[in-house]
Every structure is written in C-alpha cells, then in structure tokens.
Design a protein around this ligand. Structure first.
Ligand code: HOZ
Length: 428
C-alpha cells in the first residue's frame, strides 16, 4: 500500500503540531504504523492522500450516521454558506434545530448549543453544581466526557489508550471533587453515595459506553442510577455524545426508557460539523444566563453551517420512510454475527460487544462489563489486527478502547468484505 504522501505530511506535521495531530489517538501511538492523512470521504468510504480507499468504521468518531457527504447535508450546508458563515447573533436555524432536538429527545425541554461534547459536559457539570449547591461529581471508570478539568479522572478514550491516569495541569483540588467508580456496579455507587451523597451535585454517565470500547449497561444499571440519584438529591446527566441520535432518534435514553435530568450531545448533532449541545429540564436550563446567573457563552455557538447540517441530518433520521434505524441494526447485527463466527474459527481469545450500530471487538475472552475487564484486553494483538485490517482496506479506530461505528451507507457487501478481512486478520 502506498504511504509516501501520508508519511511526508506526518513528518511536516510533527514539527508543527504536538505529535503531528490535533487529537491524540489520531497519532496511532498504541497501534504503530503511519496515520493516514485523509483527502476525502464518500458514503462509507474514505480516500487518503496516497489514493488508498478504506471502508470507514470511525465515521469521525460517531457522528456520520448517514456516512460521508450525504446529499441532504451537503445541500443544506452549501445553502447556509451562501448566506454567511457566522454572525454572532441569533438565526432562524438555531430555533429550528432546537425544536428538532427537543422533539427527538423529550427529556430536553430546553437546549443550549455549544461547540463540542467537551463544552457540553463541562457546562452541564457547572449547571448541576449551581442547581444543587454541591461540588462533588461522580463518574465511572473508563467513561470519557471530554477533557474538561473536572472530568479527566480515570477517563477512557485517548487517556486510556495512552495509559494516562489523569493529567498534569489539573489542580488536585479540582480532581479530588470527582469520584470515579466502576461502571455497572450499583453497590459501589450506593456505598459512595452513603458517604458523599449530600455533597454530590451529579452522576454523569455514558449510558452505553463507547470510550473504553463498547460496553453496554447491565440490566437495571441505568434505572438504578436514576433511583440512587433521586434518593440522594443528585442530578443524573447522560452523556450521549456518541449514542445521541445513533442508538435511536431519542438516543440511549429512548432505547432504555430512562429520563435523565440533563443530556449532553456532541458532534453527532451536526453530522460531523463542530457543534455540541446540552439540555434538559426547563427549571434547570432556566438557570443559564441570561435567564439565570450560570454563565456560559460562545461566539460560534449555534453556528449557521453546523445548524443547517444538523437540521438536514435530523430530518433524514426522523423520516420513518428512510428506515435508518432498521438499516443500522440489520447491518450491525450482520457484522457482529460475522465477527463472532470469525473469532470462533480462529485461535483468538476475543469477544464482541455491540449495542445498535456501536461495536467493539475486544482481544479478551470476555465478558467485558467495565474498565477493569476492558483493560485486560491484549492490546498488542489488537495492534496487529488493526494493521492487518488497514492492509485490507478497512479503517478501524486506532485503539482497542474505542467504538467502531456502522453507518447507514454501509451495505451488506461492505459488511461481508469487512468480515472476510477480519477472518484473515484474526489468523496469526
Ligand atoms: N477521543 C475521541 C474519540 N473518543 C477521538 C477524537 C479525535 O481524534 O478526533
């Protein structure tokens, strides 16, 4: 496979950008090899600067539910672009997207647009602290809620991939207010709340974890969170940066029938354009300035290009005639089944976790129910698997601890090709 252009760009980038990348996992530190510089995307395919074409299971880390460049989104962004790129003033598109989001996710009675999932989670935590008058935050090991100071404790995603337990630069006083507990362990949570429940502002969770690889909630776990949060007067925040609009139009909360107090959405809301949002109960959201005194702001918040993209994508997702969720489920189930069969035919000690169109093959006999179990996966074997899949034109996340995302643009043939590639990559 030709790699000259990617290699040359990486050399230039290394001199200019830390690690050559603008987000750590893109450097492929844990799998080795040359990160591919991408030139374009089309449907479920990406083409790199050397002309290599890949079946893409990263999908910009989740938001590309309809694949690259769906015509509806391209037309909407082009239309918005013709009117201007940013005004720093309210626009009609913001009102329309707010309505569409609140319709899709009923627990979001009001919504505030921001620019990323990090910003959404950071702002939701500030609101929870203000609303409860409490400082402590409870999260779960291996869940990742962006890189804000309060949340970068025992986090998943890039920090788990790089083995960074926390980050220098975060004051101990801030980190000490965040308690991280094992995911799927209600007893641990109940015990912690007995001790610090009265000081705890909120429990924040990825309802289906994507950032330690895919880990589903055990039956009753999410309902237990709701109950314990209510018992102790804490708010429950669902971080649906990956799951929002993907697992169902109303996200994981629709799939599992739960109502959080606040919800965070990220890049998924703009089908990949830089946008995020947080929202929830009206009485909480009315504490946000300028109605209330909890401050949060941003010039690019509600950016017209991102709003147009989000509206176009949501209208496709919400159209029952397009059957997007049926398509995603059918393709993803086919992939899961094929991968399980390929594992059974190989000598690999591996298992597959899947919820809807989020899937991870762990080099771990399983079950994988929490970070401790995920962390026992054979990362070297994953690295070899990743390289072998890339060689066969299948682009996977460059980390054992990330989700693969299936899009509605993947066809049965694409999935079957992926399974054939996996069958060969699993043989060593
Ligand atoms: N941490 C992100 C996925 N969970 C990756 C972001 C990126 O590199 O774009």
């Amino acid at each position: 496979m030709k790699l000259d252009e990617s290699k040359s760009l990486m050399q230039q980038a290394l001199a200019l950008i830390p690690g050559g990348v603008n987000s750590p996992v893109r450097a492929w530190g844990s799998v080795g090899g040359t990160p591919r510089f991408i030139a374009s995307g089309d449907g479920c395919r990406m083409t790199d600067v050397d002309g290599n074409v890949f079946l893409d299971y990263v999908g910009s880390w989740g938001p590309l539910i309809l694949g690259h460049r769906p015509p509806e989104v391209v037309a909407a962004v082009a239309g918005a672009l013709a009117s201007g790129t940013s005004f720093g003033a309210p626009t009609r598109l913001e009102v329309e997207l707010a309505q569409a989001v609140c319709d899709a996710v009923p627990s979001m009675e009001m919504v505030r647009m921001v620019n990323s999932g990090t910003e959404a989670a950071m702002s939701a935590i500030r609101l929870a602290r203000a609303a409860t008058g409490r400082d402590r935050v409870i999260k779960f090991d291996g869940c990742y809620h962006g890189h804000a100071d309060s949340l970068l404790v025992a986090a998943g995603s890039g920090v788990a991939t790089l083995g960074i337990p926390g980050s220098p630069g975060i004051p101990e006083a801030t980190a000490s207010l965040t308690l991280s507990l094992p995911y799927n362990d209600l007893d641990a949570l109940a015990g912690a709340l007995e001790k610090v429940g009265r000081e705890t502002a909120c429990i924040i969770v990825e309802p289906v974890v994507g950032n330690m690889g895919v880990v589903p909630p055990a039956p009753g776990f999410l309902a237990g969170l709701r109950e314990l949060a209510d018992q102790h007067g804490c708010l429950l925040i669902f971080d649906e940066v990956m799951t929002g609009f993907r697992l169902a139009l109303g996200g994981a909360q629709e799939l599992y029938g739960l109502t959080p107090d606040l919800t965070c959405l990220g890049k998924v809301i703009g089908h990949g354009l830089p946008v995020g949002a947080y929202g929830g109960r009206r009485d909480l959201m009315e504490r946000i300035a300028p109605v209330g005194n909890v401050y949060q702001a941003g010039t690019l918040s509600g950016n017209p290009l991102a709003m147009a993209a989000g509206l176009a994508a949501l209208s496709v997702l919400a159209d029952p005639g397009r059957k997007i969720y049926e398509i995603l489920e059918a393709r993803s189930a086919r992939l899961e089944q094929g991968l399980n069969q390929a594992i059974a035919e190989s000598d690999a000690r591996a298992c597959v976790n899947r919820v809807g169109s989020m899937i991870t093959l762990f080099f771990n006999p399983g079950p994988v129910r929490n970070w401790n179990e995920a962390a026992q996966s054979d990362r070297e074997r994953f690295a070899r698997f990743h390289g072998a899949m890339m060689d066969q034109g299948v682009y996977l996340p460059a980390s054992q601890f990330e989700a693969w995302f299936v899009s509605a643009a993947h066809t049965d043939e694409d999935v079957d090709r992926t399974i054939r590639a996996a069958r060969s990559a699993l043989v060593e």
